[in-house]
Write a protein of this length. Structure first.
Length: 539
């Protein structure tokens, strides 16, 4: 597939659910910036993306498969589901679900019979949520403030509150010859209307003037009643958006210019007359016959001063991967993240054989941005062999919020200059930032590797549990391999290791670069955690 787009979208004004994108094929190639997308910008949910390939699915050279919730949307994203024999992603290729709106992001589900290979910077599988700047557009009810003036220079300006438009105006014509004049902003397109029907206690007149004070149209009486309506979709209704002046008076108190009357109000809805209508408003004839309270209901008004506000996003989606093996290299990533107020989703990778991560920046993570208090998701790994090397990592992290838990079910875990990390800033109702390794036959740590659960501020350090009751926990001597459950002002986490034999590790304070292999459950300013080593042999 060349530089092309296959898409299903729900627009801002759509009332229907987005259609699904269904692809059934032997081979699928998404190459050279091509995209398969499903999105919602409205109130309804996006459609699903379903791909079924009997052979290989390949994404390369910035090819993308995306499900997005746009900033204006309240609808949810939907699932990306891919089934195939193998999946290859290289050179910036991405599978992504994202929400920037109030709706929840979709989930990603990959069911691959053989291997998944990911390689290259910006290449990966991502489920994320982020806040967005959206234009505020709030209707407000306005009340006459003191005494609204009668001319342009004394009119009450209702356009000064950023991000708002006026839906009604309430006030009082307090004597027969009183007039209230208001500056408003119209959206144009002949959508404007104003009425005092069922909103006034006296015989009203309504007048609309342009920004220079020249008359646009007027109404003395709505048919059959003594209240007034400036209608929408009339030949006189303004087509151009912008500033206008709306005036209300009692019957027969009419506007004038330097050339006389601006309107002849003997008819219902009228245009300006000549010669008075050629010049701007300068006075009123003071021939009114009544007074009282009023409410003018408005349509077709708009925001005069735009204002963008930070909109909280919905929660991120989950990532679930099933394959024979997963290989990620050269800074490729799998990440469920939040960069906003929504919580991150969970990540689960399930393989029959191997999960192999190689290289700096290569990681699988469930995390939040460093400055947020959102909750990160859980990260669960089920495999036979987990191998990380050359600064690759598994991470659950929310430095200011509540981290999820990192759980690995594997027979063999091999760490060579690699890390398993959990970091939390809050201890919530359910503890987070725990690391659990289950059913191990072998844990081998080499060349500055870390298993670390740490807590900032007053949060309690996460616990580390290593279950190798029928196997071995080994750290190569003199290579600075550490197992750490640490805290700052909260209590340190607990470390429990069950193994037939533990080689090369000892309980003591871990100091970076000290060349020893340490087990450390400490807190900088509070009580340390406990270290429990259940083993037949400790060397």
């Amino acid at each position: 597939m060349g530089p092309s787009l296959l898409t299903s979208a729900v627009s801002k004004t759509s009332t229907g659910i987005g259609g699904n994108v269904d692809i059934t094929t032997d081979f699928l190639s998404v190459d050279n910036n091509a995209q398969i997308t499903a999105s919602t910008a409205g109130q309804r949910n996006a459609g699903k993306i379903n791909i079924q390939a009997t052979q290989k699915v390949s994404l390369t050279n910035n090819g993308q498969i995306r499900s997005t919730v746009e900033p204006t949307a309240t609808g949810d994203g939907n699932q990306i589901g891919i089934q195939g024999r193998s999946l290859s992603m290289t050179n910036g290729a991405r599978i992504t679900t994202q929400t920037q709106g109030r709706g929840k992001a979709g989930n990603i589900f990959l069911d691959i019979k053989e291997d998944i290979t990911l390689s290259g910077k910006n290449t990966g599988i991502f489920a994320s949520t982020s806040d967005s700047l959206v234009e505020q557009n709030i209707g407000v009810v306005k009340t006459e403030d003191g005494e609204a003036g009668q001319l342009l220079d004394t009119a009450q300006n209702l356009t000064l509150q950023p991000g708002t438009f006026v839906t009604s105006i309430s006030g009082e014509v307090n004597n027969n010859n009183d007039v209230d004049l208001y500056k408003i902003f119209l959206s144009g397109g002949q959508t404007f209307s104003a009425t005092t029907v069922e909103g006034a206690t006296f015989d009203t007149q309504l007048f609309l003037f342009d920004v220079t004070g020249r008359g646009v149209y007027a109404n003395d009486d709505n048919p059959s009643i003594r209240q007034s309506t400036l209608p929408e979709a009339n030949t006189l209704t303004p087509t151009q958006p912008g500033f206008y002046y709306l005036g209300i008076s009692s019957y027969n108190n009419d506007p004038q210019s330097g050339m006389g009357r601006i309107f002849d109000t003997s008819d219902f809805t009228v245009a300006p007359i000549k010669p008075g209508g050629d010049l701007p408003l300068s006075s009123w004839n003071n021939a009114g016959n009544s007074s009282g309270n009023y409410t003018i209901s408005l349509r077709g008004t708009a925001v005069a001063i735009p204002q963008s506000v930070l909109q909280a996003s919905g929660d991120g989606g989950n990532i679930t991967i099933k394959a024979r093996s997963v290989f990620a290299t050269n800074s490729a990533r799998v990440a469920a993240s939040t960069f906003g107020q929504g919580n991150a989703g969970d990540t689960s990778i399930n393989t029959q054989n191997t999960i192999f991560l190689d290289g700096e920046g290569t990681d699988v993570s469930a995390n939040t941005a460093p400055n947020l208090i959102s909750k990160a998701g859980d990260l669960t790994i089920n495999t036979n062999t987990l191998q990380l090397q050359n600064q690759a990592s598994l991470t659950v992290s929310s430095p200011q919020g509540q981290a999820g838990n990192l759980t690995v079910n594997a027979k063999t875990v091999l760490l060579n200059q690699a890390s398993l990390t959990a970091e939390t800033g809050i201890t919530g109702d359910e503890e987070g930032a725990n690391i659990t390794l289950k059913d191990l036959n072998l844990l081998l740590m080499q060349n500055n590797s870390r298993i670390s659960a740490r807590a900032s501020s007053t949060a309690k350090g996460g616990n580390i549990t290593i279950d190798a009751a029928k196997g071995f926990a080994i750290a190569t001597p003199l290579e600075d391999n550490d197992i750490i459950a640490s805290a700052s002002r909260g209590q340190g986490g607990n470390i429990t290791i069950d193994a037939q034999r533990i080689f090369g590790l000892a309980q003591r304070r871990a100091i970076l670069g000290n060349k020893t292999n340490d087990i450390d459950a400490s807190s900088e300013f509070s009580n340390p955690g406990t270290v429990t080593l259940n083993t037949l042999y400790l060397d």
